[in-house]
Ligand binder design. Structure first.
Ligand code: G3P
Ligand code: MG
Length: 247
């Protein structure tokens, strides 16, 4: 079972900052996940919430501020004073961290609350510039955007994000044009998870920070977990594999 560093190594570093991504880039995990919003001046930035209130020393919506305005704020001190130099990263800055690694990149488009017109074209352009198309999966809770992205760039892997226990979501994924299912992990443990895996769709689950849940998900055959503690989880799963090999 593969591991993605969720919002970078967000259990040990402030989420969605270059510090969290540089830490993840050093780890032997399969991939990294991060969240993208769009500023008032149409720049792509990496942050989870629609506002900067929770993860910076400022307040306000991303969509109402320019990149230059956003760059004035401290995105590290809320986590620990030693990260006070961290600013909001642009998508370009985050891609640059991983340009010479072989990590798989899960770019989550956070356009489910505000529509962020043109976001999918801007993301696609940047992936083309960096020749990263084979190394990404585009996901969103906004399935209209997933569908649009797949229509624009069929070879790029896509995934629908959802929290609910659904009926045959692997069939719904076909309708959207999604290659994979990114599912809240308790839902993945239900019948629909087993059915989706049996259908051949990749099922990845969030956010798995405890070893006992990783064990359960591994048993049902999920492809990957997103975790805030990628190093801890890698050591745990890797040591299991090693002891399995010895048996
Ligand atoms: O992409 C997996 C996971 O990040 C989805 O939820 O709220 O952490 O972005 P959230
Ligand atoms: Mg996310």
């Amino acid at each position: 079972m593969k591991i993605y560093a969720h919002r970078g190594s967000s259990g040990t570093h402030p989420e969605n900052t270059l510090a969290a991504f540089k830490e993840a880039a050093k780890l032997p995990v399969h991939g990294v996940e991060f969240d993208v919003h769009m500023t008032k001046d149409q720049e792509l930035v990496v942050i989870h919430d629609e506002t900067i209130d929770r993860t910076s020393n400022g307040t306000g919506f991303i969509k109402d501020m320019t990149l230059a305005e956003l760059k004035e704020f401290d995105f590290g001190s809320w986590f620990s004073p030693k990260f006070k130099q961290q600013t909001i990263p642009t998508l370009r800055e985050v891609l640059y961290v991983f340009k010479d690694t072989d990590h798989h990149l899960n770019i989550e488009l956070k356009s489910d609350i505000f529509p962020y017109e043109g976001m999918e074209q801007a993301v696609l352009q940047m992936l083309t510039d960096y020749r990263l198309e084979p190394r990404v999966v585009i996901s969103s809770f906004n399935h209209e955007m997933v569908r649009k992205f797949k229509q624009m760039a069929p070879p790029i892997e896509t995934a629908i994000l959802f929290m609910e226990v659904m009926i045959e979501p692997h069939k719904y994924a076909e309708l959207v044009g999604a290659d994979a299912l990114h599912v809240f992990f308790p839902a993945a443990l239900r019948q629909m998870g087993a059915e989706a895996i049996a259908s051949g769709k990749k099922v990845r689950t969030f956010t798995v920070n405890e070893e006992k849940y990783a064990d359960l998900l591994k048993q049902v055959g999920v492809d990957a977990i997103f975790t805030d503690y990628p190093e801890k989880m890698w050591k745990y799963l890797h040591s299991q594999e090693k002891s399995g090999e010895r048996r």
